[in-house]
Design a protein around this ligand. Sequence first.
Ligand code: GRF
Length: 203
Amino acid sequence: MLNLAILISGRGSNMKAILEAIRSNKLKGIKKVIVISNKSDAPGLKIARDEFGVQTVAVTTKAKEDFENELLSVLNRYDFGVNDTLICLAGFMRIIGPTIINKFRHKIVNIHPSLLPSFKGLNAQRQALDAGVKISGCTVHFVDTGVDTGPIILQKCVPVLSYDTDQTLSDRILVLEHEAYVTAIELISSNRIKVKNNKVIEN
Ligand code: GRF
């Protein structure tokens, strides 16, 4: 059984997909959930609270080190321990520093709207359009100290169409993000994968 700490900064559609999967029992083996945001006005916080009755916390501390400490103390306060917690970054727009990454080694996952290792960082969909690739998609990966570099858990792809805009491509990818994130959490919570030589392999 796994606790989920979902970290968001904005609308929280991936968070919502995860919460819906838990509610409809598609995602089993989840003990409790907390949603944490670095923005107190993130729309996703209200969705988590009002639509799902999930505990939410805003950690708005600006300084990097204070932010990390505050995040750790929230996890501690709500009893999200390192042994049974998965931290899911879902549109979380702050870099998580080495203190937390090393403590929660292979227990932090992120979703990124490109087929990594292509198009890391911001505006991945725009980067894909600018590069003229014909296929893009999304990647769920473990978080390491780099930006969008950790071991890849799973990827889903979509065609890039000649008339695509940032919006149309993002929308097409987002549909698959929601599926991919739930599947990745399921793989982890049911102990079906492990990391070996920096690669994710089946158990
Ligand atoms: C998603 O495209 C995700 O891949 C990226 O940020 C966006 C967050 O969207 N990291 P949402 O807040 O989950 O709707």
